[in-house]
Design a protein around this ligand. Structure first.
Ligand code: PLP
Length: 359
């Protein structure tokens, strides 16, 4: 069984529910769907299905570099951010890596493939699941070659403090620790440009971005990595399997940064629906919630006799249980912010469960 959310086919087969009937709160995808121009572009590009994509993805790299005001030598695009997690690990070949728990599963899988010794650093509930300056002490003691951190983090949805991130970047730069900052969800934060502007002045900082969530192209797949270490980027481009990004994804990536209306509409939707879910879920005394920063919410269910995941599945609602995240257990859940009617369906189902005790 997949370690990730969005496993609609697997769940529908296992539980005998039609996949088309399930409402998927387990994958954090923008419910506005892809921008209209994306669909038109793909339809108009169908004839190109018989040709290879540009093996160097020149136009795509140019579009990403232009959007972030950096140089194409600092950019590598990938088949989702996931391809680049593996690419950066393959390039770095770290002997020791520090992973924050709970965190996204693919960092560990990639590191395991390359035989890296992984040391876990737990973000405990007592510390609000947030890293702080104690992490720098741990780096001093453990001396890893690399560290992954997601901002906002998955599954907690929490955004570390800015000053802390600055201190971490400086520490890693000074101590030659490769710092991979996963900003796959940062586009959902309207005024946060993340750490890409600092890349040119650093050699050990790698920023990962995903386009699959914000632009709802999880099936098309597209992501990128930016670093001031142009030697590393060139090496990653050199070593990659050719044509890993298909023609349509590459073309789409060239236009997404100009989708200003879509970007504004997404921020507007998120503001209202994130608030709706937050206020409605906060009203259940059984739940403890953490303040979301992106398009998903993380909470603990304090009612041990309620298996929320199975109970909601009876309502054809799929949420992400977090029991397979290191550092968490069956009490923790993550839900995506969906469209208004879907969010209302979720809250109505949760009322059935918690208020009317229909499990
Ligand atoms: C933190 C984080 N990084 C990266 C990814 C992978 O994104 P992509 O679909 O671009 O491969 C995910 C997917 O859930 C994620 O949660």
């Amino acid at each position: 069984m997949s370690e990730h959310g969005g496993n609609i086919i697997g769940i529908s087969q296992q539980y005998g529910i039609s996949a088309s009937e399930l409402i998927d709160f387990s994958a954090n995808i923008n419910p506005l769907g892809p921008p209209e121009r994306v669909k038109i572009l793909i339809k108009n590009s169908l004839a190109d299905i018989e040709k290879y994509p540009d093996v160097d993805y020149r136009y795509l790299h140019r579009a990403i570099a232009k959007a972030h005001q950096c140089d194409t030598t600092q950019v590598i695009a990938g088949n989702g951010a996931t391809e680049l997690i593996y690419a950066v690990v393959r390039y770095l070949k770290p002997k020791r890596a520090l992973l924050l728990t709970p965190g996204f599963a693919e960092y560990r899988r990639a590191l395991q493939q390359f035989g890296t010794k992984i040391i876990d650093y737990s973000l405990t509930e007592e510390s609000g699941f947030q890293p702080d300056l104690r992490l720098l002490d741990a780096l001093t003691t453990i001396k890893p070659d690399c560290l992954f951190i997601a901002t906002p983090n998955n599954p907690t949805g929490l955004m570390p403090d800015n000053q802390f991130m600055q201190a971490l970047v400086e520490y890693c730069e000074k101590n030659r620790i490769s710092l991979i900052v996963d900003e796959s969800f940062i586009d959902f934060l309207p005024d946060n440009r993340g750490l890409i502007p600092q890349c040119s002045a650093t050699k050990h900082l790698y920023i990962l971005r995903s386009m699959t969530k914000f632009f709802a192209i999880a099936g098309l797949r597209l992501g990128y990595l930016i670093s001031g270490n142009t030697t590393a980027i060139a090496e990653m481009k050199n070593r990659r399997e050719p044509w890993s990004i298909n023609t349509f994804a590459a073309r789409v990536g060239e236009i997404l940064f100009d989708e200003h209306d879509y970007i504004a509409a997404t921020h507007q939707w998120l503001k209202s629906q994130q608030h709706y879910l937050w206020s409605q879920l906060s009203a259940f005394p059984e739940l403890v919630l953490w303040q979301p920063s992106a398009n998903f919410l993380f909470f603990r269910n304090n009612q041990p006799d309620v298996d929320l995941w199975h109970s909601l599945l009876k309502h054809k609602i799929l949420i992400r249980h977090c029991k397979n995240y290191a550092g968490l257990d069956e009490r923790y859940y993550r839900i995506a912010v969906r469209s208004e009617w879907e969010n209302k369906r979720l809250i109505a189902a949760m009322q059935q469960i918690f208020v009317y005790k229909v499990f």
